[in-house]
Design a protein around this ligand. Structure first.
Ligand code: ATP
Ligand code: MG
Length: 398
């Protein structure tokens, strides 16, 4: 039942075993193998401590040695190898800062969040599944290893993880998980925004995002998310849309912003989510273009570029519950017919304008270049230096 990716990694396990330690495949990759989903990375767990792993492999990279993770390089491939560990002392409903390395696989599996994520597989393909994760996968149920109340109060992020897995895998949550989410969602306020955002972004990207959204509301978990708590009604409305149809993260956030907030608030809103500044800027642009919904203006197209306008078209039509296939074709057609695709392609530049007008640099320059770009984009002026010169003389910018 092993696929190519796992078979290729078998020598990694063999190498570790040759040195007298245990090594198994574990976690998300084993889960996805059982599910028949695409696997991005195979994760390996071992009884060897990081120093031992580093001695076994000639080429390694320290990535999170304090968490027990070392990357071993084997030819073209890199494998994450994590030492069996226990996380016994949880403080303030968060993951502990210190971990204890252990030699027992069973204990390592026990500290994992959900039964579906606590399955190990040997190099022969035998499953080690003390918490019946395979059954949970077959029933498509998210269930905690041990009592949900205990596991969520140990590390409250697991509550967000439950919903993101629900969205990614189209699983449902067990009754116990659901009631624990309702009861303990307030513990999420102890978790750092970065970790919450990482899970929320995966939730947003999932195929079952619609159900995950309604559960976010029904369990009250939304109350703990940045700036969501006073927007229950808007979130309900957002839950009426199937975000899975939007192409990417920028478009999804942009649609969400149009549904949840006013344009001026997008910036502080997303800052609170700690998204990267560049991403916030992109989301803001797409959201406001989608809201204005002007898609037949060649000047707008040339200033924002095809990619951004494509995103805006998708978001605008998505919000109208309409197909954006036709509008995208029209946009591409307009793009193909544009005489210039970027301001830098204009046949005259700022220096030319300064020379021709005899004026000093100033805000007029930018305005005038924009004016020229608009005329050229609209096909009202040829993109030709002489023609542009005549236009500059005609307007005589002051
Ligand atoms: P993905 O396919 O999205 O990477 P994954 O299951 O591999 O899913 P990761 O966040 O990469 O998820 O975590 C790897 C494994 O580590 C999980 O399968 C789980 O066993 C364990 N794990 C991760 N986070 C936690 C947590 N907060 N509490 C307990 N176990 C966790
Ligand atoms: Mg993973």
């Amino acid at each position: 039942m092993m696929n190519e990716q796992f078979k290729k990694a078998v020598p990694v396990l063999e190498t570790i075993e040759k040195h007298g330690f245990e090594a198994v495949f574990v976690g998300g990759s084993v889960r996805d193998l059982i599910l028949g989903r695409d696997i991005h990375d195979v994760d390996i767990a071992t009884s060897a401590v990081p120093e031992e792993v580093k001695r076994i492999f000639p080429a390694t990279v320290d990535v999170g040695i304090e968490h027990g993770t070392v990357i071993a390089l084997m030819g073209e491939d890199a494998y994450e190898i994590t030492t069996y560990r226990a996380e016994s002392e949880y403080k303030d409903f968060r993951k502990p800062n210190e971990v204890t390395f252990i030699r027992s696989l069973k204990e390592d599996l026990q500290r994992r969040d959900f039964t579906m994520n606590s399955i190990a597989m040997t190099k022969e393909g035998t499953l080690i599944d003390p918490f019946h994760g395979k059954e949970a996968i077959q029933a498509r149920v998210i269930d905690t290893v041990g009592k949900a109340d205990d596991r969520f109060s140990e590390d409250a992020l697991r509550m967000m993880r439950a919903l993101r897995f629900m969205s990614q895998l189209s699983f449902s949550c067990s009754q116990e998980v659901l009631s624990s989410l309702e009861k303990q969602h307030h513990l999420l306020r102890h978790i750092s925004t970065e970790r919450i955002t990482a899970e929320f972004e995966k939730l947003l990207e999932g195929e079952n995002v619609k159900q995950a959204f309604s559960l976010l509301l029904d369990t009250g978990l939304y109350l703990e998310l940045p700036r969501f708590s006073d927007r229950g009604d808007q979130l309900r409305a957002a839950g009426g849309y199937d975000f899975r149809h939007l192409p990417g993260s920028i478009e999804k956030w942009a649609a969400l912003m149009v549904l949840l907030t006013v344009p001026e608030e997008i910036d502080p809103f997303l800052r609170e989510w700690k998204l990267p500044v560049k991403k916030i800027r992109q989301i803001k642009t797409v959201a406001s273009l989608a809201k204005e919904a002007v898609f037949d203006d060649p000047y707008l197209l040339v200033t924002h570029g095809l990619e951004t306008m494509r995103s805006a078209v998708a978001v605008a039509y998505f919000l109208k519950h309409a197909s954006w296939e036709e509008p995208l074709l029209r946009l591409e057609d307009m793009w193909n017919r544009l005489p210039v695709k970027h301001s830098s392609e204009l046949a005259a530049n700022g220096n030319d304008l300064i020379r021709w007008s005899g004026r000093k640099q100033g805000p007029w320059l930018r305005d005038h270049l924009q004016h020229l770009l608009r005329l050229v984009a609209e096909g009202k002026l040829a993109n030709d230096k002489e023609e542009i010169y005549k236009e500059v003389q005609r307007c005589n910018p002051k």
